[in-house]
Write a protein that binds this ligand. Structure first.
Ligand SMILES: Nc1ncnc2c1ncn2[C@@H]1O[C@H](COP(=O)(O)OP(=O)(O)O)[C@@H](O)[C@H]1O
Ligand SMILES: [Mg+2]
Length: 239
C-alpha cells in the first residue's frame, strides 16, 4: 500500500526527518511512535504531499508518488487526519464533514450514504449536526475530524495524534473507532504519543527518535522493548 524509502525532509537547513523508511501493507495498521519533536508529523505530512522531501521516495499502491500534491493524495485515497483536528470552528458539524468530500467527484446519493455511515459510527455527530464545530468539546471535535477524513473515502487513513488532549474514556473510544476502520479493510498509519494504546491496536510499529527510525517490529513485541523508553526519555538503554 505504502512504501517510504530513505525519505528526508527539512525546515530550512534543519533536518526534521533523516532517511526514514517505512511500509504499510494492505489492510494493515502501523503505528509510528516517538517523543514530541521526533519528526512524526513531518513524515506523515510528506506522505500526503503537504511537506516536500529532498531525498528518498514514496510509493503508493505500487506507483511512485514522491512529490504528489495534497489534492492528488486525496483523490488517491491517502487521507490525513491532522494533529490538532483543524476543523473550521465557524462552520457547522455537517459542513465540516462535507468538506471531506469536496475534492472527490461523488454523486449526491454517495455523499448522503457516506454521511449516514458516519452518523452510525459517531452518534455525537448526529446529535450535533447543525452546531458550530468550534463549540464542541475536544473529544467531539476529534470525532468530527475522524468523520471528515472518512468522508474522503480513504484507502490509507493517516492519523496524527488522534487521542491528544482527550480524557481516558474518549481515548479508548478513539482507538475503538480505529479498530472499526481497520476492520473495514482500510489501511491505517497512526502517529501517537499514547504509545501503549497505539501498540495495542497496531500490527506493526516504528519507533522514531530525532528524525530517524531507530526500531521497528511487531507491535506486541515493541511494547516491552527498552528502545521505546529510550526514544521517549532521550537516553541510551540503561541495562
Ligand atoms: N513548520 C515548522 N517549521 C520549522 N520547524 C518545524 C516545523 N514543524 C516542525 N518543525 C521541527 O521539526 C522537528 C519535527 O517536528 P514534528 O514532525 O512536528 O515532530 P513530532 O510530530 O514527532 O512531534 C521538530 O524539531 C520541530 O521543531
Ligand atoms: Mg506531531
Amino acid at each position: 500500500m505504502l512504501k517510504i524509502d530513505n525519505l528526508s525532509l527539512a525546515y530550512g537547513s534543519r533536518i526534521a526527518v533523516d532517511r526514514a523508511s517505512l511500509t504499510v501493507g494492505a489492510g494493515e495498521c502501523v503505528a509510528l511512535v516517538g517523543a514530541n519533536g521526533a519528526g512524526k508529523s513531518t513524515l506523515l505530512k510528506a506522505v500526503v504531499g503537504i511537506q516536500k522531501s529532498f531525498g528518498g521516495s514514496i510509493q503508493y499502491e505500487g506507483r511512485d508518488v514522491t512529490g504528489w500534491t495534497p489534492e492528488e493524495a486525496v483523490r488517491g485515497g491517502a487521507i490525513l487526519c491532522p494533529e490538532g483536528r483543524h476543523l473550521f470552528p465557524e462552520m457547522s458539524v455537517r459542513d465540516n464533514l462535507l468538506l471531506g468530500a469536496t475534492r472527490l467527484t461523488l454523486t449526491k446519493a454517495q455523499i448522503s450514504e457516506k454521511l449516514d455511515e458516519i452518523e452510525t459510527l459517531f452518534p455525537v455527530v448526529r446529535e450535533r449536526w447543525s452546531q458550530l464545530a468550534g463549540t464542541l468539546s475536544g473529544g467531539e471535535q476529534q470525532m468530527v475530524a475522524l468523520g471528515r477524513a472518512l468522508m474522503s473515502r480513504p484507502k490509507l487513513l493517516i492519523l496524527d495524534e488522534p487521542s491528544l488532549g482527550l480524557a481516558p474514556l474518549l481515548v479508548e473510544r478513539v482507538f475503538e473507532i480505529v479498530v472499526t476502520i481497520m476492520k473495514s479493510g482500510c489501511a491505517v498509519l497512526i502517529a501517537e504519543q499514547n504509545v501503549q494504546s497505539a501498540l495495542g491496536v497496531a500490527h506493526r510499529a516504528y519507533v522514531m527518535e530525532a528524525g530517524r527510525i531507530v526500531k521497528s517490529g511487531p507491535a506486541a513485541k515493541l511494547r516491552t522493548d527498552p528502545a521505546l523508553l529510550s526514544a521517549f526519555i532521550g537516553i541510551d538503554e540503561v541495562s
